[in-house]
Design a protein around this ligand. Structure first.
Ligand SMILES: [Zn+2]
Length: 114
């Protein structure tokens, strides 16, 4: 289940609890209990949304920047690239030779170092 679906599920649960509390308003104690129960689900949904939307995320560029600045990042582990070889265009998914400089199909500029 994606985090968006989980968020919607939590919002639905808290809305259902709030609606039930409204419907059972004559039973004050039960109604209040349902409302109190709806609060953590609402906070959970808000927290999950804020964390997933604005949180550090799976690929944290700040962490990578720190590794580079501290000299802990070593790109010699990366596989060698053939300077005369072919490139894969992530935009239109065609393969073209590195000498073109830009993708001949969609004109996306290559980002690889020469
Ligand atoms: Zn392309």
């Amino acid at each position: 289940m994606s985090w968006r679906s989980r968020c919607l599920q939590l919002v639905a649960i808290s809305a259902l609890l709030a609606i039930s509390a409204g419907a059972l308003w004559q039973f004050r104690l039960l109604s209040s209990a349902l409302l109190v129960l709806a609060v953590p689900f609402t906070l959970w949904a808000i927290g999950l949304y804020v964390y997933m939307r604005f949180g550090p995320g799976k690929y944290n560029l700040d962490e990578l920047r720190e590794l580079v600045l501290e000299g802990q990042y070593d790109d010699s582990d990366l596989p060698d690239v053939d300077p005369e070889g072919d490139l894969f265009c992530p935009c239109c998914q065609s393969v073209y030779n590195v000498k073109f400089g830009v993708c001949p199909t969609c004109a996306t500029r290559q980002t690889r170092k020469k």
